[in-house]
Design a protein around this ligand. Sequence first.
Ligand code: SDX
Length: 432
Amino acid sequence: MMNEHTVTITDNKTGKQIELPVKQSTLGPQAVDIGRFFREMGYFTYDPGFLSTASCQSELTYLDGEKGELLYRGYPIEQLAEQSNFIEVAYLMLYGDLPGKDNLESFTNIIVRHSMLNESLKRLFGGFHHDAHPMATMVGVVGSLSAFYHDSTDIRNIDHREIAAHRLIAKMPTIAAASYKHSIGEPQVYPDNSLSYTGNLLNMMFSVPCEPYEINPIAEKALDLIFILHVDHEQNASTSTVRLAGSSLANPFACISSGITALWGPAHGGANEAALNMLDQIGDISNIPKFVARAKDKNDEFRLVGFGHRVYKNYDPRARLIRKMCHEVLEKLENNNDPMFELALKLEEIALNDEYFIERKLYPNVDFYSGLIYKALGIPTNMFTVMFSIARTVGWVAQWSEMIAEHNQRIGRPRQVYVGPTMRDYVDISKR
Ligand code: SDX
């Protein structure tokens, strides 16, 4: 065999060696294929949090944490943000390349025509307590889609996978808006096929039957851009959850529901809501030093939410784009004197000049700014992560489809290092 690139590992206890092949990449780190390692060396590899572990190979999204680069199917996020739109990026992620005019038109029509919910599904919202967090409703309702679509559950059938992907992308805004309406006791609003993807969402969230509602084009465009930036992000926690659930051959609706669950956490997609609540808690610029000190204190569980990232050890390119757009939105919406935004900018300035944050390369991430824009658009805080889940559904279904289509697709089943009690006999209660 040509001089294959390998890595040799030696056990200095036994002197045993193993030569492992290196898996080539088109961009970024290559990987040592350790598939034979346990069988031949008798050891597991250990990497809690998966800091150095590639769980799969993928052609979808590439990010470079040092350079602050993010590519969707090879296209830089800055160019897509500037020149594309969310539906076109959704097509790109699902089908691998930018669509021609006709393909984009037919794809848009398909998504538009799947945006309604089954009428009996609408009654499900009434079962939730009126003050249920909309993310709780999303988890339940999206999972329940599998109770409706028996015509597309053969996931080995590419046509079934495709219509499930279309249904999920199309229905997420309708389910999100219905979750919001339920939480404020207003009637659900049907999708309007004449509106854009984000225009439709705004209309379903904020229009009421009693009066006309005018969609603000600034809000429509800002949401479209934020959604592009949130579409996918390689193997983050929620995407890895979707892949693991999908590896058991569970239906796609259940898998996406598991992704929504993982995204909800404040260490992940829930950070946009948590960041706004944190700014509320800080309240005033004069309180920032106290909270920054708490964030640095190992004995204090407080974290500066919206700062830091597992991969970006430089500025999150999405945060840079969102920060710029935040300024524009606040300028155009004439509420640029929002004290919350001034507080956020001051916090960013103080944190970025603090040795603790510089040393740990803790920069503002996408969640630090997205919540500010959602707030400026009149979206309530408890809907921020719901917005994130609408956009990330494109990435989730694209990653799920890629995994299921792999010829050697297997169930994901990590092992462990057992550190519990060794074998011992049962003791009768009379002797305990
Ligand atoms: C998203 O993975 C993705 O791609 C996610 C995402 C996507 O698009 O899917 O980008 C979206 O989830 C963005 C991240 C949103 N989360 C937050 O903003 C929550 C605050 N951030 C942290 O919880 C943390 O930074 C994480 C969870 C984002 C990353 O955690 P890591 O990689 O496990 O980093 P770490 O916790 O080990 O931190 C390294 C050091 C530690 O200090 P030391 O032990 O080295 O002394 O930095 C410290 C941490 O204590 N640290 C922070 C901090 N984040 C990390 N200290 C204060 N405030 C923070 N925000």
